[in-house]
Write a protein that binds this ligand. Structure first.
Ligand SMILES: Cc1cc2nc3c(=O)[nH]c(=O)nc-3n(C[C@H](O)[C@H](O)[C@H](O)COP(=O)(O)OP(=O)(O)OC[C@H]3O[C@@H](n4cnc5c(N)ncnc54)[C@H](O)[C@@H]3O)c2cc1C
Length: 596
């Protein structure tokens, strides 16, 4: 089925098609090659104690085969998407379907589909790698791809019965069919489980009759199959709805700010008859499918955002090396160098975070294969949401600076950064807005971390000291919050926002620290970027902690905590980060792209 390709790569080892590279022999290959997949951290929180995880997964651990998959994806974008961007932006559905078919032929739509259904059954970090590379230049197609290969496919993998898997996964994996996921309604956005669409069993027609409207459904006009959520008497239920079923119609394309090349439209369910065999999972348990599916979708989106941010940086550095003002190239101005360094550093943080998260999920899934995958992935709600928040916010910041460094040209449509800037905006809105994701992080933390000890070892180097000190203070505030009535804490949403932000900062500090440590002393750029992230990250944590303490306890204890935080007793003296950023920018400007 997958004529994969390596038709696109230089390595024409035809017998080594992706299709034959199963997860199991893949793992064997890895262990033979010395990189032990099984040594990654499982679903334990990063809190576990020390900064001593030499086997943490980093992008440097990607195997040769995985790098080849990345290259295949890169070529796919170069050859199938970039030359056709204009047509894809104008809703050329035929071309978009052909693009899906080409991706299907390469195996790119079947990365996570089990082998038994014609898929490649590779891990989340490989799925992330592909999403990242499609995000790097794929524009609107990247969103269409993520919906198809993510929420449009995973419900069948995780909740489908044998017949449903046989029928739908082969179609979706090959790209013969495009998939979509329909949860949102006009009156149910963030409050997604409060939709009004109804499904009533009709004995005479021997079918469920669906009535209602699903709004802003990505791939609506392209898809042949949709996962649609509607209320039955027993509760929300997921239905598999095929395009040709009587009673389904698709509304006109929405006119959007960005991702103009994706199809976004309303599904109208008008006495839509769905047979019993098209109920997905259990009747009345659709809310679990809806929410669990979103976890990994958030992680996938963060990978796509990572890829787009890398592209924006590359375009910007290249432009900045060409454009001269005051007889100097833009990249030679210190203020521009600082911006370029900041972009590269922020991308490094996201990259380190999301690959570690994906690999930890892979490891947890492998170790707990007897459990339903949603239960295992459910342990990573905070991590997936944090990746989504950070990926989308870093992309927003990077896209903004990309336009800024392009000056007025960045405002002109002939420059790609103009589209990247508009396209980036959606990522903070869908897959749960970033506000909803912050609430999800905080809620998960209040359950998981409330009894964490605040005693921590001291760090044995500067960056470790920042991290452990931040964690010590974080544990103290979590303890104070745990002593308050749970409803009061959750009601004060600002607390959740600050807690989620602190967690995000520490997670990134940890991720880059472990990556730099693993890379060793020769990795001077990684070390420089880690220095910046740990010091600036600590500053952010300190600011948010002070805000929190001032709201949580305005008595003597709160004041004492604030004094202790301000005293910075265990925190190293500040360093010249401006100089470090100049050095970092040199690497990026010389390479004309993202560097680690
Ligand atoms: C281009 C596009 C594609 C989409 N694709 C799909 C798709 O394929 N399938 C699908 O099912 N849906 C899809 N959606 C819907 C998307 O998931 C929702 O737009 C999103 O969940 C937010 O809902 P809303 O737009 O109704 O905003 P609202 O829920 O009305 O939120 C508005 C604002 O209020 C904030 N807010 C809401 N509730 C709270 C709260 N409790 N606390 C604090 N702040 C809050 C939000 O964060 C936001 O800032 C898509 C949307 C767009 C724009």
């Amino acid at each position: 089925m997958y004529n994969c390709l390596y038709r696109f790569t230089n390595r024409l080892e035809s017998e080594r098609c992706l299709k034959h590279k199963t997860w199991h022999n893949y793992c064997n290959d890895i262990s033979k090659g010395g990189q032990m997949m099984s040594t990654r951290l499982s679903g334990t929180p990063w809190w576990d104690d020390l900064l001593d995880h030499p086997d943490i997964f980093t992008p440097e651990d990607l195997t040769e085969d995985e790098i080849m998959i990345a290259k295949t994806t890169e070529k796919f974008v170069e050859q199938q998407i970039l030359p056709n961007v204009e047509s894809l932006e104008q809703h050329d559905y035929q071309m978009e379907r052909e693009t899906f078919a080409a991706a299907g032929e390469l195996g790119l739509l079947a990365i996570e589909i089990p082998e038994a259904y014609g898929g490649l059954e590779l891990g989340k970090h490989v799925a992330g790698l592909v999403a990242e590379n499609i995000g790097n230049g794929g524009g609107s197609f990247s969103v269409a791809y993520n919906i198809h290969a993510g929420v449009g496919t995973s419900p069948y993998i995780n909740y489908g019965n044998e017949e449903q898997k046989q029928k739908y996964l082969s179609q979706l994996g090959s790209g013969a069919w495009v998939g979509a996921y329909a949860l949102t309604e006009p009156s149910a956005g963030s409050d997604a489980l409060k939709g009004k669409a109804k499904a009533i069993w009709n004995e005479e027609k021997n079918a469920w009759i669906l009535k209602g409207e699903k709004q802003w459904i990505t791939n609506a006009n392209l898809a042949q199959v949709y996962v649609v959520f509607a209320n039955t008497e027993a509760g929300i239920t997921a239905f598999i709805v095929e395009r040709e079923m009587d009673g389904l119609s698709v509304g006109p394309e929405e006119k959007k700010m960005g991702i103009k090349g994706t199809s976004t439209a309303t599904l109208i369910l008008d006495e839509l008859a769905v047979p019993q065999e098209n109920v997905l999972g259990e009747i009345g348990k659709g809310h679990k499918i809806a929410m669990n599916t979103l976890n990994l979708a958030r992680l996938k989106l963060s990978f796509a955002n990572l890829g787009t941010a890398k592209r924006a940086l590359e375009l910007t550095v290249k432009y900045g090396k060409e454009r001269k003002q005051f007889q100097q190239h833009l990249v030679d101005f210190p203020m521009i160098k600082e911006k370029i360094a900041n972009m590269n550093i922020a991308i490094f943080g996201v990259e380190s975070l999301v690959y570690q998260t994906a690999a930890r999920i892979d490891d947890a899934l492998e170790k707990n294969s007897e459990q339903h995958s949603s239960k295992v992935v459910g342990q990573f709600i905070a991590e997936c949401a944090t990746g989504k928040i950070q990926g989308s916010e870093v992309l927003a910041a990077v896209a903004d600076e990309a336009v800024q460094i392009h000056g007025g040209y960045g405002f002109m449509q002939e420059y790609e950064v103009e589209r990247i800037y508009r396209d980036a905006r959606i990522s903070r809105l869908f897959e749960g807005t970033n506000e909803i994701n912050r609430l999800a992080v905080a809620k998960a933390l209040f359950s998981q971390f409330r009894d964490q000890p605040s005693e921590k070892q001291n760090g044995n180097n500067r960056n470790a000291m920042f991290i452990l000190e931040a964690e010590r203070h974080f544990a103290e505030i979590l303890k104070a919050l745990a002593a308050m009535p749970r409803e009061d804490v959750l009601e004060a949403q600002e607390f959740s926002r600050l807690v989620a932000n602190i967690y995000k900062e520490i997670s990134i500090m940890r991720a880059v620290y472990l990556r730099a440590e693993k890379a060793g002393s020769g990795a001077s750029l990684k070390q420089l970027m880690t220095d910046v992230i740990c010091e600036e990250g600590y500053d952010n944590v300190e600011r948010d902690l002070i805000r929190l303490w001032s709201a949580v306890d305005d008595g003597a204890e709160g004041n004492e905590m604030i004094e202790r935080i301000r005293a910075r007793a265990h925190v190293p003296a500040v360093e010249n980060l401006l100089k470090k950023k100049r050095d970092i920018s040199e690497y990026v400007v010389n390479a004309e792209k993202y560097q680690t």
